[in-house]
Design a protein around this ligand. Structure first.
Ligand code: ASP
Length: 338
């Protein structure tokens, strides 16, 4: 059997960073030379890989919508030439990019695995080598047909993943979705929730437009009128991070008219929870039911990362605001459970 051929796309992030007087930073050309020195990558059991580097390389906290589009393009342009893709990425916004790619790559039928590390490969105790090697093995497994994130022994659905730790090596998890696989002595694929629909139709790249999207985190004592102009005149898509199952303070007296105004102006307000685990359930409490009546949509158990990416996706597809409201509550790529 011929060896699987994997495309590694290096976007930046800690894994390939070097030390500098101002802290770690990415350096063009560096990571490829490091990979050449890792004997395990040349082992008989490993897939073949081709390395591509984006320019500029970014700390992922500098990534924006157009960078997601470029990564999507790199994958789409090479889609038919490889069995799978490993995207090397900084951890800070990896869950956002994984979510964005899951919507952007329509009819994906091959593995796209995002990974990186908390400790750069240039340091002892780096977690980068294991994360990369295991990701390459996963990317050559035809059972995986979606955008996922591998980190610290866990394979997660990309649009369900969230960064849980700023300094731990088990940095990611998907609290609202069982892990797709766990890598111990062997890589054990788990009975995953129904995968997003896989189609034989050709891959379609749905690039994102830079629509004004905002996230508003509710806190005790929040004064909603301060955000009125922002929500009704500036933003198109708003993720409202509420308490618990979708609750807001003050029975929404001051928020509801703003949501109504925002919707009339063409904006869509999506209600997510500040809790990493569990779902929004509008109407369970009196503090949440008016949100629905005012025109907000439920984000159910979607991560904020995923809700942000989904808003970009749906607005970029040119749907009407009513259609966006409807689709925000539908499970398009495995991103939510209703
Ligand atoms: N700031 C880095 C980044 O997100 C952190 C990391 O990669 O772990 O690019």
């Amino acid at each position: 059997m011929s060896k699987k051929h994997i495309c590694i796309i290096h976007t930046g992030g800690t894994i390939g960073m070097i030390r500098s007087a101002h802290g770690y930073l990415p350096k063009i050309g560096y990571l490829e030379t490091v990979l050449d020195t890792i004997a395990d990558l040349k082992d008989e059991s490993m897939p073949r890989y081709t390395f591509y580097e984006m320019n500029p390389l970014l700390d992922s906290s500098d990534m924006a919508v157009n960078d997601w589009n470029k990564i999507g393009e790199e994958i789409a342009n090479r889609y038919n030439d490889y069995d799978g893709f490993v995207v090397l990425h900084g951890t800070d916004t990896m869950a956002y990019t994984a979510s964005a790619l899951s919507f952007m790559l329509k009819n994906l039928n091959k593995p796209v695995v995002l990974t990186g590390s908390q400790i750069p490969l240039c340091e002892v105790r780096s977690d980068g080598q294991d994360n990369l090697i295991t990701s390459l093995i996963i990317a050559s497994d035809a059972r995986v047909k979606e955008v996922c994130l591998y980190f610290g022994g866990r394979l997660l659905r990309g649009n369900r993943a969230t960064k849980m730790s700023a300094d731990g090596l088990l940095a990611f998890d998907s609290p609202n979705c069982p892990r797709l696989a766990e890598a111990g002595i062997t890589i054990r694929y788990l009975p995953a929730p129904p995968p997003p629909q896989v189609s034989d139709a050709p891959l379609t790249l749905c690039k994102f437009e830079d629509v004004p999207i905002g996230v508003l985190k509710v806190f005790p004592g929040i004064s909603f009128p301060i955000f009125d102009k922002l929500m009704t005149e500036k933003l198109r898509g708003i993720v409202l991070e509420t308490f618990g199952a979708g609750n807001i303070p003050g029975e929404g007296d001051s928020l509801l008219p703003i949501i109504r105004k925002a919707f009339n102006a063409g904006s869509v307000v999506t209600v997510c929870s500040q809790c990493p685990q569990g779902t929004v359930s509008l109407g369970t409490y009196a503090t949440s039911s008016p949100l629905k009546e005012a025109g907000a949509v439920s984000g159910y158990d979607m991560t904020t990362e995923s809700a942000v990416a989904k808003l970009y996706y749906l607005f970029s597809q040119g749907h009407s605001k009513e259609e966006i409201k409807r689709l925000m509550e539908e499970n398009l790529r495995g991103e939510l459970t209703k």
